[in-house]
Design a binder for this molecule. Structure first.
Ligand code: HEC
Length: 207
């Protein structure tokens, strides 16, 4: 009996040791996974930030090409905020993101702030130095992921179309009856870019 008992004890010890080793290995793996996850998320975030910077630079440079503010018409618009909207949608399609431009005082009602974006818009309004915000644990339309927000600031060149109400180009006055995107001054918060990245894509490896 005694002998059997010690055999049992040894078996038990071996089992215990084995499971301890397994636990240790699993722990090692999950640490590695955590490092991989962090690297993958950081890379995805950097891609989002670089893409939105590109979008913002695109708008600024297009707006600078509006040489004669008195001659701003539909075709000028086609060279400024329209290409920005198109580029935003291309970015969304290429990457599987949701890319939006939202504003409290919007011109196109499709750009109305949702609840989450409204809180960020308020933060941007209260903190002029705050340029970007990541919400790392959020849900959009039932999908969990991360959401990035970046402020859009009014520049001199924007005023041709977003300045005094009476000075807006005719195509804006007639085409946007519910327009609220006028009366801005240089440096004002115009709105924000919002990019939603689903969790599944944050962990996807990119070539
Ligand atoms: C040639 C006229 C024109 C100029 C210049 C212009 N915009 Fe716009 N902008 C528009 C129009 C028209 C829309 C509505 C687009 C739509 O229907 O989606 C718009 C929409 C926007 C939106 C989307 C939110 C909303 O209100 O619907 C933002 C943000 C914006 N403009 C920012 C800017 C900034 C910043 C500048 C200067 C760097 C600028 N715009 C210069 C005409 C212009």
């Amino acid at each position: 009996m005694k002998r059997q008992g010690s055999v049992h004890q040894i078996a038990l010890l071996a089992l215990l040791g084995g499971s301890l080793m397994l636990t240790a290995c699993a722990q090692g793996t999950s640490d590695d996974e955590e490092v991989d996850r962090n690297a993958s998320v950081a890379a995805a975030q950097a891609r989002v930030e670089a893409s939105i910077d590109g979008l913002d630079v695109l708008r600024s440079s297009l707006a600078r090409q509006v040489d004669d503010p008195d001659a701003v018409d539909q075709s000028t618009f086609a060279r400024v905020c329209q290409p920005v909207g198109r580029r935003a949608q291309t970015l969304a399609q290429e990457n599987g993101w949701r890319v939006q431009q939202l504003a409290a005082r919007n011109r196109n009602p499709a750009h109305t702030l949702d609840d989450e974006a409204r809180t960020v818009h308020e933060r941007f309004a209260d903190n002029p130095d705050l340029k970007r915000v990541w919400h790392e644990d959020t849900v959009l339309n039932g999908t969990s992921g991360q959401r990035f927000f970046q402020r859009i600031t009014v520049e001199e060149t924007c005023l041709a179309c977003h300045g005094p109400k009476a000075d807006r180009p005719d195509f804006v006055k007639t085409g946007y009856p519910n327009d609220r995107a006028y009366g801005f001054e240089v440096g004002d918060l115009r709105g924000l870019y919002a990019v939603f990245v689903p969790d599944s894509l944050l962990l996807a490896t990119q070539d």
